[in-house]
Design a protein around this ligand. Structure first.
Ligand code: HEC
Length: 129
């Protein structure tokens, strides 16, 4: 009887241990990817608008605002403390803010302000992605 109980206890401990290990393995932080997917979505919507030649001022403003607030998540979420990374994240915030301030009302204006934003995405991706 005692032996059977010990074997059962051993099994239970084994199962608990396995579950803990599985949890640790699946805990890879999904936030960095989530932040970038969000950036990609809003950037994508803006470039679709450009391609379609339909750059509604309110829509543009909405996507730029979402990019501005999402950009502030990059540094805390990625946890990369290299200067070059934090500088590029800061640069992105600056360009998005400048874009918002010019309030692009047509496609020509949007194309002008979106260029430096896209360049900043590219420059960080070349180094860190
Ligand atoms: C400061 C650096 C930095 C900036 C600026 C940046 N990114 Fe990223 N981005 C990354 C890194 C690092 C990855 C790789 C993330 C990973 O695989 O976990 C990435 C990945 C991505 C991905 C792929 C996500 C996936 O499905 O795995 C997209 C889309 C993306 N970025 C869009 C953008 C857009 C659009 C911008 C500009 C508006 C931007 N990023 C600006 C660092 C940056």
């Amino acid at each position: 009887m005692r032996v059977a109980l010990l074997i059962l206890l051993g099994l239970v401990i084994g199962v608990i241990g396995t579950v803990n290990v599985m949890n640790a393995l699946s805990a890879r932080n999904p936030m960095p990817k989530a932040v970038m997917v969000t950036m990609g979505y809003h950037m994508g919507e803006l470039s679709h608008a450009l391609k379609a030649g339909k750059c509604d001022a309110a829509q543009t403003q909405h996507h730029l605002e979402r990019m501005q607030s999402t950009a502030t998540d990059i540094v805390p979420v990625f946890g990369i403390n290299e200067h070059s990374f934090t500088d590029k994240a800061g640069e992105l915030q600056t360009h998005v803010l400048q874009a918002l301030q010019t309030a692009p009302a047509n496609c020509a204006a949007l194309a002008t302000v979106i260029k430096p934003i896209g360049d900043t995405c590219k420059s960080c991706h070349q180094q860190y992605r």
